[in-house]
Design a protein around this ligand. Structure first.
Ligand code: ADP
Ligand code: MG
Length: 324
């Protein structure tokens, strides 16, 4: 079920990237000033460009994993970043380097960390902030979907902020599992973190853009309640909760959550992918555009909604789309 490396490129992988991969030593150009994150096959470090003082996030991706060559996957991740390059909601790829063991992606630095921190913190964000972050996330997702790309690993750890307090703008990161749809047949894969993936992934059914919208529902749930909607005591229980769409909308969890927020989440966390709204359709949900009249928790971090009262214009069509 995993990507088949023997037969060349697996379904949905992009084969070529434009960014040159430099073999020059990075140490002369950048200074390492800490670690930002760590995954199964990647470490992300804070790099400062010596000449300019500019900060970057350097994602070290191992070229060999489980004893096999994974260069194609790294090239694919770069190519996806390039495809989405001119969108402000997707992290920018600045440069790439190669060392003995790794390919290193020099990424735009998101100084505010993961929105995950806002899902587990004592003090949740006010809804006016959450709607702003979800609107931005949908803008990024819409941009990807217009290019036939699905992220497939949207979760609060992969949505970063440009600044922490007040919360800045979002940047979508981690395109390791992203795929291109439609080129050759159906895409079915088992991947992602059970807690955040849609039922169709667990059931090995075809993947579509709707799969990402499920994840937007999970992220929204987590931001407004501070709880993960499907997590169980073990993997089995989590799988069961997801495939039965066993969600707690009880008053306890939602005591401080608006009716419109619940309606928004309910529309996304539905089992049949075709019944979920698209990213563009989500954008017109009234929850995302309500005026700032709802009560907000008294927090020093509360910042008045910037785009409050402004009207939503349909997601902009990129002129670039017409080329493909
Ligand atoms: P993985 O594939 O290992 O999950 P990610 O690309 O998600 O790798 O990066 C892991 C973590 O590193 C992220 O969850 C985030 O905390 C941090 N990180 C990644 N990219 C950036 C960035 N551009 N700016 C700041 N932190 C980052
Ligand atoms: Mg990640």
């Amino acid at each position: 079920r995993r990507l088949d490396s023997r037969s060349g490129l697996a379904a949905g992988l992009l084969g070529e990237c434009q960014t040159p991969i430099s073999t020059e030593p990075m140490e002369s150009v950048y200074e390492v000033t800490g670690e930002l994150g760590r995954g199964k096959f990647a470490v992300v470090k804070r790099f400062v460009e010596k000449a300019t003082g500019k900060v970057f996030a350097a994602k070290f991706l191992r070229k060999r994993r489980r004893g096999r060559d994974c260069r194609a996957e790294v090239i694919h991740e770069m190519a996806v970043l390039e495809t989405a390059r001119n969108n402000a909601r997707v992290v920018n790829l600045h440069a790439a380097y190669e060392t003995d063991h790794d390919i290193v992606l020099l990424l735009e630095y998101a100084a505010g960390g993961e929105i995950f921190d806002h899902c587990v913190s004592e003090e949740l964000l006010p809804e006016t902030q959450i709607t702003r972050l979800i609107r931005q996330t949908l803008e990024g997702v819409h941009h990807l979907h217009q290019r036939n790309l699905v992220h497939l690993d949207l979760k609060p750890q992969n949505i970063l902020l440009t600044s922490l307090s007040p919360p800045g703008d979002i940047k979508i990161v981690d395109f390791g599992l992203a795929r291109r749809l439609g080129a050759v047949g159906e895409l079915r894969e088992i991947l992602g973190t059970p807690e955040y993936v849609a039922p169709e992934i667990l059931n090995y059914e075809p993947i579509t853009t709707a799969t990402d919208l499920w994840s937007v529902g999970v992220i929204t749930y987590m931001l407004v309640t501070g709880e993960s909607p499907f997590v169980g005591d073990d993997k089995q229980e989590t799988y069961l909760n997801v495939s039965q769409v066993n969600v707690d909308y009880s008053r306890e969890a939602f005591s401080r959550v608006s009716e419109l927020a619940v309606d928004f989440i309910r529309k996304l966390l539905v089992k049949t992918p075709e019944d979920r709204p698209s990213a563009a359709e989500c954008m017109s949900h009234p929850w995302l555009w309500q005026l700032c009249l709802s009560p907000e928790p008294a927090t020093t971090r509360t910042v008045r909604e910037r785009s409050c009262g402004t009207k939503w214009a349909a997601p902009p069509e990129d002129p670039e789309d017409k080329e493909n």
